[in-house]
Write a protein that binds this ligand. Structure first.
Ligand code: IMP
Ligand code: MG
Length: 179
């Protein structure tokens, strides 16, 4: 299946599953090497990172914990508009090495909010593992320690990522076709 239709948009295959999995395994090996002895807590950000998290964790061989959080958007009273609240953290982050597992960093604003929030919970360190980064769209200064793949600015779906809720189920990544 090289092209798919989701609602009003056409998408064409751009990154094949086997290429994704090779990069995910590489990232896992870097983490195994860097975080040995640190008992990291992986915090996977739902919904987008469910596939990445599953494949990444299959290659993590050091002692670790895995947990899941969600970012709930609501219109805040502040002038900045949409505020994202972190829900689902039940673990004590005090003195922990935390690895945020994200599907994609686009402008970086979501990640910045998450870092601010987690930073108030006294972790020892917070590292970022993102499946995808769109470097040309980054608006904030972020140190992303682990990146599986850098991609251009185009909108993509598949391997956990959605267009209006659909498309998360595909094992390959597809890029929107502009017409
Ligand atoms: P940011 O705050 O601009 O970095 O946006 C991050 C969030 O936007 C991601 O966690 C995704 O949910 C969503 N996002 C950004 N780019 C894409 C894309 O190309 N496809 C699907 N979702 C995207
Ligand atoms: Mg996400």
């Amino acid at each position: 299946m090289d092209t798919i239709q989701i609602k009003d948009k056409k998408f064409t295959i751009s990154i094949k599953e086997q290429d994704i999995l090779a990069e995910v395994a590489r990232v896992a090996n870097e983490i195994n090497r860097d975080l040995a002895g640190k008992n990291p807590l992986f915090l996977s950000v739902l919904n987008g990172s469910f596939m990445f998290t599953a494949d990444l964790m299959k290659h993590i061989t050091i002692p670790c914990e895995v947990s899941f959080v969600k970012l709930a958007s609501y219109q805040g009273v502040s002038s900045t508009g949409v505020i994202k609240e972190v829900i689902g953290i039940t673990e004590d982050l005090t003195d922990r090495t935390v690895v945020i597992v994200e599907d994609i960093v686009d402008t970086g604003l979501t990640m910045q909010r998450l870092l601010e929030n987690l930073g108030t919970r006294n972790p020892k360190e917070i590292l970022i593992a993102s499946l995808l980064v769109k470097p040309d769209k980054l608006k904030v200064d972020l140190n992303i320690e682990y990146v599986a793949m850098k991609i251009p600015n185009d909108f993509i779906v598949g391997y956990g990522l959605d267009y209006d809720g659909f498309g998360r189920n595909y094992s390959d990544i597809y890029t929107v076709v502009e017409d």
